[in-house]
Design a protein around this ligand. Structure first.
Ligand code: HEC
Length: 131
């Protein structure tokens, strides 16, 4: 009986640890798609920063790394979100789209801290240009 209780506890621990790590496709991509990707894709990406593919996102922009796996403090993705909305470098630029709320920023931070796992084939959906 004791063994059974121990193994049930460890299953619970393992599953709660899993639940705590955000999933790229389910948790992270929707935030980037809602707030960032419309300006940061393709040849004309703003700040020369493309984030629509894994390769591009990990390459970063003209001023450095967008994502540093394991290091939210060094990742521009997180830095620009922690700035005051009125700051020139805050993203999205003031008035230019929905800012992720505190809960979403927390998810992004956790995802970076947990190693920024981005499946190779996962691309962000790029919105159709307005006609
Ligand atoms: C409305 C368009 C727009 C949206 C939406 C937007 N950005 Fe930007 N972003 C810009 C522009 C313009 C620049 C270039 C600013 C400059 O060069 O001074 C930039 C630059 C950046 C940079 C600096 C790149 C570098 O290396 O210089 C980062 C990081 C960044 N954006 C992240 C984000 C994130 C994260 C989001 C979503 C939360 C986002 N952006 C949403 C327009 C946008």
């Amino acid at each position: 009986m004791k063994k059974l209780i121990i193994s049930l506890t460890s299953i619970a621990l393992i599953s709660s640890a899993r639940a705590a790590d955000p999933d790229f496709v389910k948790d992270i991509a929707p935030i980037l798609e809602a707030s960032c990707v419309k300006c940061h894709h393709g040849e004309k990406a703003k700040g020369k920063l493309r984030i629509d593919t894994k390769e591009a996102a990990f390459k970063g922009g003209k001023n450095g790394k967008f994502i540093v796996a394991g290091k939210p403090d060094e990742s521009a993705l997180i830095k620009v979100l922690l700035l005051e909305p009125s700051d020139d470098d805050a993203m999205p630029p003031e008035g230019k789209g929905p800012r992720p709320d505190a809960e979403k920023i927390e998810l992004l931070k956790k995802w970076v801290a947990a190693g920024a796992v981005w499946p190779d084939d996962a691309k962000l959906k790029v919105p159709e240009p307005k006609k």
